[in-house]
Design a protein around this ligand. Structure first.
Ligand code: KG4
Ligand code: ZN
Length: 333
């Protein structure tokens, strides 16, 4: 029985996993606190985590129908993320583990996103190709086994979610704008205009989204108010389509290059309806198998951290007391 804690960015999350059975997963979103700034303010995130962490854990344990004393280990995200935000989770996990005299399992957030695919009614088993696309990360990973990864490509600048959020903001939508852009784009024509797809060269599995964002900025600057008003949904659809093109084409190239025909998505951007649709049809065309976790498991949550923890080394008391948090991106926990 694992209690998992995730506080790497702006969602305060706790979950209880019993073997393969997810007993509870609670996510308290701080979106409304950060919306007025148009992005996550690290200090504000840390303060809210401090206020929310105990009630969120309490709620997860209560919904699980079990008791805190029954936990065999506490899992926590230790990297990557906002350092102050991570530290709230790490300090809380250490305190609970020490008080319960149970083990502590440090988990890498990106491994957590991948491990979301090991949950649910039809859990996936490695090997597979996984795209992690969120507000903070965009990586293509060949998952060779439960603890062996090969990073095939990453973004050189903005993350895919960041590019969608910034595009949404330029189009006058709220924060975080990815989901709103998705809704608006559904009413538009994605062939209306063409935005550039970054690093569009065969064999290159890295991503770049700064060009598409700049192209939108100049398009809106020059298009004229009336044109924008008339075609807001078409512009949104064309912009979103350029981002999705990059994600799907590189996923397909990664599958072809690695010879692995099982492809899955994770991270908040996986909730995007066009990405889900286009991935499915690209896989059908090539005879690949595709899988996308449910939207609640795609965005940040602690269930995925508990899932990843099952394949990691647990630390005994007092070995975990000097465990730190690491902000830098990457797979080392
Ligand atoms: O995984 P996540 O919850 O947090 C991070 O680790 O960043 O991902 C959040 C990102 C945001 O950029 C948000 O706009 C995007 O996922 N997102 C979407 C959709 N829902 C969430 N992007 C496109 N379409 C959606 N439906
Ligand atoms: Zn994430």
């Amino acid at each position: 029985m694992i209690l998992a804690i995730e506080t790497s960015c702006d969602d305060t999350c706790a979950a209880v996993l019993d073997g393969d059975e997810l007993l509870a997963s609670v996510v308290s979103s701080q979106d409304s606190f950060h919306a007025r700034y148009g992005g996550v303010v690290p200090e504000v995130a840390s303060r809210h985590h401090l206020e929310l962490i105990n009630p969120v854990i309490g709620e997860a344990v209560s919904r699980s129908g079990t008791r805190l004393e029954r936990m065999e280990s506490i899992a926590v995200t230790t990297s990557p993320g906002l350092i102050g935000a991570l530290l709230v989770g790490v300090a809380t996990a250490k305190s609970i583990a020490a008080a319960l005299e149970c083990m502590l399992i440090p988990v890498n957030h990106l491994e957590g996103h991948i491990a979301a695919n090991y949950l649910g009614p039809e859990p996936l088993e490695p090997p597979f190709i996984c795209l992690i696309a969120s507000g903070g990360h965009t990586s293509l990973v060949h998952v060779l086994s439960y603890d062996e990864y090969r990073v095939l490509g990453s973004t050189l600048d903005d993350a895919a979610g960041e590019a969608l959020d910034k595009g949404a903001r330029l189009l006058g939508l709220g924060y975080p704008g990815g989901a709103e852009l998705d809704r608006l784009a559904a009413e538009g024509d994605r062939g209306f205009t063409r935005f550039p797809v970054g690093l569009d060269k065969p064999g290159n599995l890295d991503f770049s989204f700064s060009g598409v964002k700049t192209a939108l900025y100049y398009y809106l600057r020059d298009a004229g108010k009336r044109n924008i008003e008339l075609h807001r949904a078409d512009i949104a659809a064309s912009y979103q389509s350029a981002v999705v093109d990059a994600l799907v084409s590189k996923l397909m190239a990664a599958a072809a290059q690695s010879g692995c025909g099982i492809v899955c998505l994770s991270g908040g951007v996986s909730a995007n309806s066009e990405l889900r649709r286009r991935l499915r049809s690209a896989c059908e065309e090539r005879g690949y198998r595709s899988r996308v976790p449910s939207p609640e498991l795609c965005t940040d949550n602690a269930a995925m951290i508990a899932s990843a923890a099952r394949y990691k080394t647990a630390l005994e008391f007092p070995d975990y007391l000097n465990l730190g948090a690491v902000a830098a991106s990457g797979f080392a926990a």
